[in-house]
Design a protein around this ligand. Structure first.
Ligand code: ATP
Ligand code: MG
Length: 426
C-alpha cells in the first residue's frame, strides 16, 4: 500500500508529456473515425473540454483492424457531458460512464479521465470496488488495462498521444499489462479474460511475464459477479475467434475455475466454435446460447441417447436428460441463456420424432425462430446430420411438394420401422 502511494507520488513529480505521433507516423485519418464519435469529440472541444478517441478503436486502427466501436475520454465530468448531449444516459456502478445514443443503435461511451482508485476503494485482496476519482489524461492512461489500450487519438491535431509505450508495444506485437501485472490482476481479475480475448482478436502476443501469472491467479475470478463474466463470455462468443479463446481459457486454467465444462473443450464444442467464428467472420450474428449449448452437448447428447435406448420418445428422453444436469450451476451462464439452450435442445428432440407428423406440425418446427440454429447444430455431429439434411430438404421444398414428402416419410417409416437413416428417427 505504502509502496503504491510512493510510486504514485514519484510519478506525479515527474508528470510527463506524452509521446506525440503525427499522422504520417501512425496513419490514422479522421475519416477512419466514425462520424458520430468525431462529432462528439468536436462538440466537447468546442465547449472548451479536452476529448480524445481512446482504447480499442485506436489500438485496432493502428493494427489495421476495423474498430467495433468508439470510446471517448474527456476532462468533462459526467454531469457536464450529460448537459451537452441530450441523447445521453449515465450508466455503470463501478465506473460512472455516459452513453451517447445515435441512430442505427450506435452507442458511444464517454468516460471522464480517471485516476487510480485510492485505498479506501479497495478490498483487502487489492480488488477495486469503486473507481470514480477523476484525474488527468496521463492518470487515465495509467489506470487502463494494457499499454495498447491506453492510446489517445486527437482528431483535431491528428496526433496519437502515448504516455506509456503502447505504440512501441503494438509495433512489437505485444499486449502488455500496464504497471505491475500481479497487482493489476488482483485489482481486477477480469483483465486476464480481456487479455486472452484481445490477444486472439488482435493477434498480439500477451507479454510472457503477464501470461505466466494467469494460471495461478485464475481462482480470483471466482469472486467476480456472474453478470460481468457473462458479459465477457458474450463478447468471446461473438469475437470471431472463440475457438482459440476457449482453448486458452483451458490452457491458463481459467476454464477449470469458472467453466469446468470447457476444461478442455470437447471436439463437438471445438467444431461449434469454429462454426460460430465462421459466422462472425462473415458479419453474421452469433448466438451465445448456440456456443453454450455446444459446450454441454457431449454430456446432454449422451444422456439423451441413453434415455432413448431405454425406450423413451425423443422429447421425453430430452426432458429426462436435462433433468439430470443443472447447467445453471455454473458461474457464467444466465437464466436467459440457459432457457435458450433448453429451447434449442427441445427443438432438436422434436425434430427427431419420426414419422415427422402432419404438415402443420412440420411447419411449426421449420418456422421456429431457432430452426436454422438447430440445423447448424445438428450438422456438426455424424449422428444428427441425417436429421439436419432431412429438415433442410423439407424446408427448401416448394409448398406443393411438402405434403408428398411427408406422406412418403410416413410410408417409409411404416415399411422399415427400425432403419430410416435419411430422415428423422425415433
Ligand atoms: P473491444 O474491441 O472489445 O471494444 P476495448 O479495448 O475497446 O475492446 P472496451 O470494453 O470497449 O474494450 O473498453 C474500452 C477501454 O476501457 C479499453 O480499451 C481499456 O482502455 C479500458 N478498460 C476496459 N476494461 C478495463 C479494465 N477491466 N481495466 C482497465 N481498463 C479497462
Ligand atoms: Mg471498445
Amino acid at each position: 500500500m505504502i509502496l503504491r502511494a510512493a510510486r504514485k507520488w514519484l510519478r506525479r513529480r515527474k508528470a510527463k508529456e506524452p509521446r506525440r505521433l503525427p499522422a504520417k507516423e501512425h496513419g490514422i485519418r479522421p475519416e477512419d473515425i466514425g462520424k458520430n464519435a468525431l462529432t462528439a469529440v468536436q462538440k466537447l472541444a468546442r465547449h472548451g473540454y479536452t476529448a480524445y478517441i481512446v482504447g480499442g478503436a485506436v489500438r485496432d486502427l493502428l493494427l489495421g483492424i476495423a474498430p467495433k466501436d468508439f470510446d471517448l475520454a474527456t476532462d468533462a465530468t459526467p454531469a457536464q457531458v450529460r448537459r451537452l448531449f441530450r441523447n445521453s444516459r449515465t450508466i455503470g456502478r463501478r465506473f460512472r460512464l455516459i452513453h451517447l445514443y445515435f441512430g442505427g443503435g450506435q452507442i458511444i461511451e464517454v468516460a471522464t479521465f480517471r485516476d487510480e482508485a485510492d485505498e479506501s476503494a479497495r478490498e483487502e485482496s487489492g480488488r477495486i470496488l469503486r473507481d470514480n476519482r477523476f484525474g488527468d489524461a496521463e492518470a487515465d492512461a495509467r489506470r487502463r488495462d494494457f499499454t495498447a489500450n491506453a492510446l489517445f487519438y486527437d482528431p483535431d491535431s491528428g496526433e496519437v498521444l502515448d504516455y506509456i509505450g503502447g505504440v512501441e508495444d503494438i509495433r512489437r506485437r505485444r499486449l502488455r499489462i500496464i504497471g505491475d501485472g500481479e497487482e493489476r490482476i488482483r485489482e481486477d481479475p477480469v483483465r486476464m479474460l480481456r487479455a486472452l480475448r484481445l490477444a486472439a482478436k488482435t493477434r498480439l502476443a500477451i507479454a510472457p511475464a503477464d501470461a505466466r501469472l494467469f494460471a495461478a491467479r485464475a481462482e480470483l475470478l471466482a469472486d467476480i459477479s456472474p453478470a460481468r463474466l457473462l458479459d465477457e463470455f458474450i463478447k468471446i462468443a461473438r469475437s470471431g475467434c472463440c475457438a482459440v479463446i476457449l482453448r486458452n481459457w483451458h490452457k491458463h486454467r481459467i476454464a477449470e475455475c469458472i467453466f469446468p465444462q470447457i476444461a478442455p473443450p470437447s471436439a463437438f464444442c471445438e467444431r461449434a466454435c469454429a462454426e460460430a467464428d465462421k459466422r462472425a467472420g462473415r458479419g453474421k450474428a452469433v448466438s451465445v446460447s448456440f456456443v453454450a449449448a455446444a459446450i454441454y452437448w457431449d454430456d446432454i447428447g449422451e444422456k439423451w441417447r441413453d434415455e432413448m435406448e431405454k425406450g423413451a420418445r425423443p422429447v421425453r428422453a430430452m426432458e429426462n436428460a436435462l433433468g439430470k444436469l443443472d447447467f445453471l450451476n455454473n458461474r457464467v451462464l444466465s437464466r436467459r441463456v440457459a432457457a435458450r439452450m433448453t429451447d434449442l435442445y427441445f427443438l432438436l428432440a422434436r425434430m427427431k420424432i419420426s414419422p415427422p407428423g402432419g404438415r402443420a406440425r412440420c411447419e411449426r418446427i421449420s418456422g421456429n425462430s431457432l430452426f436454422s440454429r438447430a440445423l447448424a447444430f445438428a450438422e456438426l455431429e455424424d449422428d444428427l446430420r441425417p436429421l439436419a439434411e432431412w429438415w433442410q430438404a423439407y424446408a427448401e421444398k416448394p409448398e406443393r411438394e411438402k405434403t408428398q414428402t411427408l406422406s412418403a416419410a410416413g410410408r417409409k417409416r411404416r415399411r422399415r420401422p427400425a432403419k430410416t437413416t435419411g430422415e428423422p428417427r425415433q
